[in-house]
Write a protein that binds this ligand. Structure first.
Ligand code: KIV
Length: 281
């Protein structure tokens, strides 16, 4: 009998154990073609609802549906084998009640094969996080700048600079961690707030515009590759300019087609050789 030795994915408990240890490396991924390239380089891939903006061209994350998240989550899980895959619960799929959240999370886990879900919100979502965690759903929390609340927050500005807001975000993060989240994304906050929150909670924090003191870092892959050019938040570092690469490749292709240089002989199928007709007697 042969023993199958499939490489094991990073698990939720391994992520939890990294609190205060080696930094967690996280990126978003939405498609099979990109996820394949990221998988071995990172600890965690987030199928974020930011795909509403990066993949679908919406101007907020609000229009994305549970079915869309499931389709992208399944594609990312299908082609990866190393990173822990977490899928965002989209706006409207979990805020109404813990039961609604459980139904959405159960669909995501069952239909994508991912290991965890992420949801946005603070104290008001703590009961839901506890409800899910008690039922075997690993939950990543998300506090600070929470894009699903863009209408209530009045835009995508960084948060936690004024004392009242700072205290509220601290309470939010602590409530979500204590409710049983296995990790906590801190997005777009004053650096000192993300640092203090990281010290205050027992679960790893993952900063995106948070603090170098967070236990890990996350970037939206289209931002760091220079693919999403609509706006670049202060916290983004662009590691490549793939948008420009794509434009140049399209320009070269167009010139080749227009000047008859593509397709060349090596790109076409030659006609099969016909057997020689037998010589007439
Ligand atoms: O959807 C997403 O990509 C996210 C990150 C920005 C945290 O939620």
């Amino acid at each position: 009998m042969s023993v199958q030795t499939r490489p094991r994915r990073v698990s939720v408990t391994q992520i939890q154990a990294r609190k205060g240890g080696d930094k967690l490396v996280c990126l978003t991924a939405y498609t099979a073609s990109v996820a394949r390239h990221l998988d071995q380089e990172v600890d965690l891939l987030l199928v974020g609802d930011s795909l509403a903006m990066t993949v679908y061209g919406f101007d907020s994350t609000l229009p994305v549906t549970l079915d869309m998240m499931i389709a992208h989550g399944a594609a990312v899980v299908r082609v990866t084998e190393h990173a822990l895959v977490t899928v965002d619960l989209p706006f409207g799929s979990y805020q109404a009640s813990p039961e609604q959240a459980f139904h959405a999370a159960a669909r995501v886990l069952a239909e994508t094969g991912c290991a965890a879900v992420k949801l946005e919100g603070g104290e008001e979502m703590a009961e839901t996080v506890a409800f899910l965690a008690r039922r075997g759903v690993p939950v990543m929390g998300h506090v600070g700048l929470t894009p699903q609340a863009v209408n209530a927050l009045g835009g995508y500005r960084s948060r936690g600079h004024a004392e009242g807001e700072r205290d509220k975000i601290m309470r939010d993060g602590v409530a979500i961690a204590e409710a049983g989240a296995f990790s906590l994304v801190i997005e777009g906050t004053a650096e000192s707030l993300a640092r203090e929150l990281t010290q205050a909670v027992r679960v790893p924090t993952i900063g995106i515009g948070g603090s170098p003191a967070c236990d890990g870092q996350l970037l939206v892959v289209d931002d760091m590759l220079g693919l999403f050019a609509e706006f670049t938040p202060k916290f983004v570092k662009r590691y490549r300019e793939l948008g420009e690469e794509i434009r140049m490749a399209a320009r070269d292709y167009a010139a080749d087609v227009r000047h008859g240089r593509f397709p060349a002989a090596e790109h076409t199928y030659p006609a099969p050789r016909r057997p020689k007709p037998a010589a007439a007697e």
